[in-house]
Design a protein around this ligand. Structure first.
Ligand code: ATP
Ligand code: MG
Length: 275
């Protein structure tokens, strides 16, 4: 059974059935009593959040609620002012994004580290090239990399990509993100972080990105995903976490509410806060 989100008449519909997340397993990532301040501006207040393997957690909330700040803490870009992080059962302190990446935490941004002039397969293996060592020489295994990239891209279903020889400057923003997500899965990432990946994408590109998120989940990755559009969030999220002024105010499980209800709930809360 395919669990990919389906686009019908320009709308993205919610797949009906999907296995529940196994929450008896060891959590993949945990934030415990995390607070964060930018100088005197406190942005995050005592947040506890768990992501399990094979789970998509959507972070939603108004502008300035603290979503990106939380994601940057997950990604190792920010060290929290207080609280602790646990990754696969162990307490961790990242200090740098490279440390988080080394553990298998991949953040995918719209302005990805991609070299426009290089071919898709070269970008796919950038920094992780497959080489053949002959004495002191490192010879690129071009044919093998090309083949592997081709297989990965074919699985993506990116029909506009005719050849992995094509330079990535020919790809759209959505296609680049789908490629980056596939790359993360290919290289064995465990946690995928996405900050508004569907912003300014067409319906078709959005569908591709959401399908890539589903694929990551099917490969047992945990995904933390920020999006303002509830009709994008609900088809893929196992859990929706609502942030308000740096605090988690509501957690909603898959199937608990529909798109309109969720939109209304957020709007109602925002009104209450503004009064
Ligand atoms: N680098 C920074 N320096 C100072 N304050 C910051 C910085 N980044 C974010 N903030 C503040 O922290 C709070 C949370 O910001 P954050 O970017 O996490 O919100 P967000 O939920 O991602 O918003 P949006 O939906 O607009 O992207 C805001 O009050 C913001 O002004
Ligand atoms: Mg943000």
């Amino acid at each position: 059974m395919s669990r990919s989100p389906v686009v019908a008449d320009g709308a993205i519909s919610v797949p009906e059935k999907r296995p529940a997340v196994d929450r008896t397993r060891e959590p993949l990532f945990e934030l415990r009593s995390i607070s964060h301040s930018y100088g005197r501006n406190k942005a995050i207040f005592d947040v506890n959040l768990v992501v399990w393997p094979g789970e998509v957690v959507a972070l939603v909330g108004d502008n300035g609620a603290g979503k990106s700040t939380l994601l940057k803490i997950f990604a190792g870009y920010l060290e929290p002012t207080s609280g602790s992080l646990r990754f696969m059962g162990e307490e961790v302190r990242f200090r740098t994004p490279a440390r988080a990446r080394a553990l298998g935490i991949e953040a995918v941004y719209q302005d990805l580290a991609i070299v426009d002039q290089l071919s898709l397969w070269r970008n796919f293996f950038l920094g992780k090239e497959i080489v053949h060592k002959v004495g002191p020489l490192r010879i690129l295994r071009r044919r093998r990399m090309r083949r592997e990239a081709e297989t990965a891209v074919a699985k993506l279903g990116l029909t506009r990509i005719r050849s992995v020889e094509q330079p990535v400057l020919a790809l759209s923003g959505g296609e680049r993100q789908s490629v980056a997500i596939t790359r993360a899965i290919y290289f064995g990432a465990k946690l995928l972080l996405l900050d508004e990946p569907t912003a300014s994408l067409s319906v078709r590109e959005t569908r591709n990105v959401l399908a890539s998120i589903e694929r990551a989940r099917d490969h047992d990755l945990g995904v933390l995903y920020i999006d303002h559009n509830m009709s994008h969030v609900l088809p893929v999220a196992d859990r929706v976490v609502l942030l308000e002024h740096g605090r988690i105010v509501r957690t909603i499980d898959r199937g608990e509410v529909g798109v309109e209800e969720l939109q209304e709930l957020i709007a109602r809360r925002a009104q209450k806060i503004d009064c």
